[in-house]
Each structure stands twice: as structure tokens, then as C-alpha cells.
Design a protein around this ligand. Structure first.
Ligand code: GLA
Length: 699
């Protein structure tokens, strides 16, 4: 809901529990007034009428208070907008118009020297406490080209508190989305990616709580998350007077994003903000509900249990071996069978074949259709792996078009994993990829595509192009465009975003893919921490998690029971990635039981409300999913010490007056007791795990 004052210069946006207010001063400065619990228009008016901050030498009264600080004039904070035409840099804006369109508020500004139309967009829907913000920068011509050095999507301003704690999700390959929280000190904290993709190093999200007081269940939390799958930057600024502002957008540096000719415009990604009074858990639940309702395509659909052959076969794949795996997977209850890398071109190792998206004639002499048909006959959907944005120099595509890759003339073409990045900003490259992929999806009954991206940008050159740096932004738009076009042409096909595991997870890619590959780390213990971090922002409905072999083959040789591996992976979209041809009959039978159990709890895991009961960290950790009359607890014990039983788990969201029956043991528990005294898991020893289902009794 959007309301404004009678003079049309102060606006209040309201969600179910939160509100956001901004207003123009008499001098047309756009000030931030409020972000927090819901407020009335009168409250916003009172805030707007408050005296401006006192004059202080060497400081700007605007800093820390402006809604979207631009470069130029009396401002010393990091500018959200930096523009130039030859000879004129910076912006001096004047307010032009305000427009409301349903849930969206648009505030338009112009600049007397640049032919600039700048629009700040806000959207807050009645069913979510998320404020979506973005900007458009338009060259409204005539006049010289306008260069956008930086155009952040939004700047978020927090209320004054004594101190703030910053939460972030950091990582690297095979160790993504690990949560850390630390006090925010003065100055600027920058996270981002200058790699061309979202990156394993940080999820584009921050969470701030005041005075380090919030817990999972209580306290105010402010969160901001960016929807962009290329290079990006979020700067959290703790200003000298104690104000905190968070600015974020596409691109890591301010060295140039795009050039606009008269008539051109740039639309930034969305930078979403959320205020919650429900602690970290409440904030996560609100993020999850919003993504399920508004971001993730077809989110109501349940994601099937998949089998993926990568860890089992690596590059050594054959139709016969895939059939053998498929038969075992089907017998286990798997619903989607995915052939990973090495089915195409000359791809018998990572040295060749990327770029040639036709089945390897020796491995699949009759194409993919016979295998896909058999997989369908076994009752499963059929999926494949692709990495369309890349090329191996040893490929037909590269031999035909060596100029199609990002490169600087006369410089080394840096290879990572023996591959180069195609320049998707080129229309001919985009069109080629569209034709290849469209043809591929038409060539066999393919239901699912795992879309990978296995290296960063290193040589972002574009010989012959006057303004090559535009490829950073345009690559992402081209990727989005390809996905949109393929989804429209092949509406039955589901897409997974992968980038060497979790290197491309953000709200932008999630608006056009159905799930993400969380991490190449499939160790069930490491995964608990990765999943704990992931769940801060994204729902389990998109978090793919596999059960692989023990000892762990990829990283650490850790031995763990099938039980522990399954319960770890069942907290997301369950998949199996072990070498099933080596699993014993007992293991296959046990696995079948776990898959069956997962299918029973799947509606809760994928669409229920998540409560993190205890964080991973050596001892007992657990999550609880709640939906309607049912709840399920997934608990893991890393190591037991001193013969002590692990502590009981205090459950959340239950009716204290109701009784709950444990579907595992038949025991009946009182809601009040489960909430206050807790549930005993009975876990013992090392790497133990349990799934405990409870259903509310009707009387
Ligand atoms: C990436 C993915 C893996 C697998 C390989 C195949 O590393 O994250 O899951 O698909 O590529 O080469």
C-alpha cells in the first residue's frame, strides 16, 4: 500500500508489519524518513517536520539522510549515482514527478545539464514486508552520450542505534554461504564480486541487527539482498555521526557500466530490503515466503528427488553405464535422472568439447533420445548438464569463431579449467546459443537442464567495440534473455543454476531458474553449515542437496552413515549423487526407505515454515519445518561428549494447548512441553541424525 500527504511530497509504503517513508524537502532534497514498523502518514509528516541535523564544520547535513545520494554537491558519502558527459561529471537533480502504479511508486528527477531522466522505483506489496527498489537512468536527449560510471539500485538507511552487528554469507568454492556476524565499525564494509558472476565468495545479502541483541526468535533485523548475477557491490557505511547506509548495485567498481545515447536507458537490478521484528528466524521466513510468492517461477510445484551421475562417473560416461545407474535410481524412488558433464562434443575430459552441444557420437551414437526414453519408461524425468557461456579452445565452435570469446587483442587468453568465456554481449553469439539450445531441447524429451558456469571473467575485452566494458552488464542480460526465451519456448523444462556449486545464487537468477546447486561440497557435515547460511535468505525449496558416497570422494574422505547423509540432504531438495553401482543391496534398500520418507515430508520441507532450532557448530544442530497440522524436525549430532545426551530441542510455532503425536514412535507430546522443555532426539555418538515427524491430534 502506498499513501502520500496532501501536498504529494511525502510517501509511506506499508506491508503487513512494516513501513517505509520518504519525503522531499522544500529544496527538493529527497530524504529518508523511516524504515521499521508500520507508521501512519501523520507520523511521516511529523518526521519530515523534524529539524535538520545541526550544522557541523566539514560535514554535510545531507549525508546519511538522503534517500539516493548522487555524485556532486555537498555530499561526502559514497555516491549511488555517478554519471558524466564530456566535460560534466556528477548530477544536480530536480524533482519532476511522482507516479503511483498499483504497488509501485515512481519518483522522477531530471538534471539541467545532462539530458537525464532518473527514476527511483519502489514496490511494496500488501502480503510481504519486502521493499523492492531499483532505478532507471534514461538519456532523454538530444545531447552527448551519457556515461554511467555507477548507478546503484538503492541506498538503505537504518535508524540511529548505539551499534550495529553485520551478518554476511562468505565462502569460496566448496565452502559457500557460511554465516558470520560481527560488529560494524566506522568506515565502509564492502562485499561483492569482480568476477563476472555472483561468486562463491559472498551471497549478495547483508543483515543488520542493533546492539547485537537479536536472536533467532526475537529482535529487529534489517536485511538487503541484490538480484543480480554478474559483478556487484554492496557497501555498508557507518558514517561519522553514527548513521548507517547500505548501497548496492551492479558492477564492482565505478569505472564505467554503460554509455547511453539519446533514447537509451539503463534499468538497475532490484535491491530488496526487509525489516523484521521476529529475529533472524522471522527475517528468513519473510524472505522465504516472498521468494516463493514473488520471485521463484512455479514455486508451488514440488521439486522431485533427482539422481545426478557426476560424482559417480566424472567424465567417463557411456550410455550403458547411465542406463545401469538409471535402473538403480528408479528402483530407489528417484523421480528425475540427470546426465551431468561429458555427454556432448569431444568432451572426454575438461580439456575439450565445451561449445559443441551435440551428443558425443561414440558415447551416444543415436543421440540422447534413446536414453531419455528409457529413463521415462522407468518413470523418471530426464535431465542434462550444459555450460553454454563457455568454450574450450579445443572445440569446433572455437575453431570456427576464435573471436567470439572475451579477449583483449594481443594479450593472453587466460584459461581456467581449460576454458574461455564467450562474449554473450555479441548478438551473433547470443543467437548461436539460442539456436543450439533450442535445437538441443527439441532433439530429445529433456525435462530439466543444469546450467553451469565454471570460471570467472579474466580478460573482458571486446576487440573492435568502442566501449567494451558494457559486456559485464550485457553478459548478464544476455544470460537472462536466453533463459527467458528458452523457458517460453520449452515451458515444460525446469532449470537449475549452478556455477561450480554455489557461484551464481542470487535473486536475479532465482527469478528464472527452479532451483540452485548449493555447493560442490557434498560432505554431509560441511553441508550443515553451508545450508545454515543459505537458509538465512533462500528457502529449502530451491536448495539442491545430494547424498553421495562414503568415504567422501571429493574433499575429505570422511566416513558417515547413509542415515547421516540422507538426513543432511533431506533439509533441501533431495538428490542422490553416489555411485549406485557400488552400493550394496542393503544400502539400496535403506536408501529407498529414506527417499520414501523424504517424499512424505517434502511438502513441509519445500513449502513449510523453516525454524533453525540450533546452529551447526560441533554438537547438536537442528531445523524444524512447520506446515498446517504437521511439523518435522531434522536433527544432527556431530559429536557426543562426556556421555551426556544432547540437549532437548525446543520446538517453535506449535499450539501449546494441543497434543502432538510422533509419527516415528507413536509417543504423544504436549505442545507446551515441546515448546518449553523440548523434544529429546535420542541421538548418540558421532555423526548421528534423526527425522522426527509430529502431527497435531484432532481433539
Ligand atoms: C561443476 C558443477 C558440478 C559438475 C561439474 C561438471 O563443477 O558444480 O556439479 O556439474 O561442473 O564438470
Amino acid at each position: 500500500m502506498i499513501e502520500s500527504t496532501g501536498d504529494g511530497r511525502t510517501w509511506v509504503l506499508s506491508g503487513p508489519t512494516s513501513g517505509y517513508a520518504i519525503g522531499l524537502t522544500d529544496a527538493d532534497e529527497l530524504l529518508h524518513l523511516h524504515w521499521g514498523p508500520r507508521i501512519a502518514v501523520e507520523d511521516a509528516e511529523a518526521l519530515a517536520a523534524q529539524a535538520p541535523p545541526p550544522y557541523r564544520p566539514f560535514e554535510s547535513p545531507l549525508d546519511g539522510h538522503e534517500e539516493y545520494p548522487v555524485e556532486g554537491g555537498p555530499r561526502f558519502v559514497r555516491p549511488a549515482l555517478s554519471l558524466r558527459t564530456p566535460g560534466v561529471r556528477g548530477t544536480e537533480w530536480s524533482f519532476a514527478a511522482a507516479e503511483t502504479d498499483g504497488d509501485e511508486l515512481r519518483l522522477r528527477f531530471t538534471d539541467a545539464l545532462h539530458a537525464l531522466g532518473l527514476t527511483l522505483h519502489y514496490r511494496m506489496r500488501d502480503d510481504a514486508d519486502v521493499v523492492e527498489r531499483w532505478v532507471t537512468v534514461a538519456h532523454e536527449g538530444p545531447g552527448a552520450e551519457l556515461e554511467i560510471l555507477r548507478a546503484d539500485a538503492a541506498v538503505w538507511t537504518l535508524p540511529r542505534r548505539d551499534s550495529w552487528r553485520l551478518g554476511q554469507l562468505h565462502g569460496r568454492w566448496a565452502a559457500e554461504s557460511r554465516l558470520v556476524r560481527a560488529e560494524l565499525t566506522y568506515g565502509e564494509k564492502i562485499i561483492g564480486s569482480r568476477r563476472g558472476h555472483t561468486g562463491h565468495q559472498h551471497l549478495p545479502w547483508v543483515a543488520l541487527d542493533a546492539d547485537g541483541e537479536s536472536t533467532e526468535e526475537r529482535g529487529e533485523v534489517y536485511g538487503c539482498a541484490l538480484g543480480w548475477s554478474g559483478s556487484w557491490r554492496i557497501a555498508v557505511q557507518h558514517l561519522p555521526d553514527g548513521q548507517v547506509q547500505i548501497t548496492g548495485g551492479a558492477g564492482h567498481d565505478d569505472s564505467g557500466l554503460l554509455r547511453l545515447a539519446p533514447g537509451d536507458s539503463y534499468t538497475s537490478p532490484v535491491f530488496a530490503g526487509l525489516w523484521s521484528a521476529g529475529g533472524f528466524g522471522g527475517a528468513s521466513q519473510a524472505w522465504h515466503a516472498w521468494q516463493l510468492a514473488r520471485v521463484i517461477p512455479d514455486a508451488a510445484a514440488e521439486r522431485p528427488v533427482l539422481y545426478n551421475s557426476w560424482e559417480a562417473t566424472g567424465f567417463d560416461i557411456s550410455e550403458e553405464r547411465q542406463r545401469a545407474l538409471a535402473r538403480r535410481a528408479a528402483a530407489m524412488g528417484v523421480e528425475l535422472f540427470v546426465v551431468d558433464d561429458a555427454w556432448f562434443g569431444a568432451r572426454t575430459s575438461d580439456r575439450a568439447g565445451l561449445g559443441d552441444w551435440t551428443p558425443n557420437p561414440e558415447r551416444f551414437p543415436r543421440g540422447l533420445a534413446p536414453l531419455a526414453d528409457e529413463v521415462h519408461a522407468l518413470g523418471m524425468d530426464f535431465g542434462i548438464w550444459v555450460e553454454p557461456e563457455m568454450v574450450n579452445p579445443d572445440s569446433d565452435l572455437y575453431r570456427a569463431h576464435p573471436d567470439w570469446v572475451q579477449h583483449h587483442p594481443g594479450r593472453t587468453r587466460t584459461e581456467y579449467r581449460n576454458q574461455l568465456v564467450l562474449n554473450l554481449a555479441r548478438p551473433d553469439v547470443r543467437e548461436h546459443l539460442w539456436r543450439q539450445l533450442d535445437q538441443l531441447l527439441g532433439s530429445a524429451p529433456i525435462d530439466y537442464v543444469k546450467w553451469d558456469f565454471n570460471r570467472c571473467f579474466t580478460d573482458p575485452g571486446w576487440p573492435g567495440e568502442e566501449y567494451p566494458q558494457r559486456l559485464w552488464v550485457e553478459h548478464v542480460h544476455a544470460l537472462y534473455g536466453l533463459l527467458d526465451r528458452l523457458r517460453a519456448a520449452h515451458p515444460g523444462v525446469v532449470f537449475e543454476s549452478c556455477s561450480g556449486g554455489g557461484g551464481r545464487i542470487d535473486l536475479g537468477i532465482l527469478s528464472r531458474t527452479d532451483q540452485v546447486w548449493t555447493s560442490d561440497n557434498t560432505d554431509p557435515l560441511d553441508r550443515l553449515a553451508i545450508q545454515h547460511g543459505f537458509s538465512q535468505l533462500h528457502p529449502a525449496r530451491v536448495m539442491a542437496a545430494w547424498v553421495t558416497d562414503s568415504p567422501q570422494t571429493q574433499l575429505n574422505g570422511r566416513r558417515s552413515s547413509l542415515r547421516f547423509r540422507f538426513v543432511s540432504a533431506m533439509a533441501g531438495v533431495l538428490g542422490i549423487g553416489g555411485d549406485l553401482t557400488r552400493w550394496s543391496e542393503e544400502e539400496l534398500t535403506e536408501a529407498r526407505g529414506w527417499v520414501e520418507l523424504y517424499r512424505r515430508i517434502r511438502p513441509l520441507v519445500q513449502h513449510g515454515e523453516l525454524h533453525r532450532l540450533r546452529a551447526p557448530g560441533g554438537g547438536l544442530s537442528a531445523v524444524q519445518f512447520l506446515r498446517g497440522e504437521e511439523t518435522v524436525v531434522l536433527a544432527w549430532l556431530q559429536a557426543q561428549h562426556y556421555g551426556e545426551p544432547p540437549p532437548p530441542l525446543r520446538l517453535r510455532g506449535l499450539d501449546p494447548a494441543a497434543a502432538y503425536e510422533c509419527l516415528e514412535s507413536g509417543a504423544v507430546h504436549r505442545g507446551a512441553v515441546l515448546a518449553h522443555q523440548g523434544l529429546h532426539t535420542g541421538l548418540t555418538g558421532d555423526l548421528d541424525a534423526a527425522v522426527i515427524r509430529l502431527r497435531r491430534r484432532s481433539s
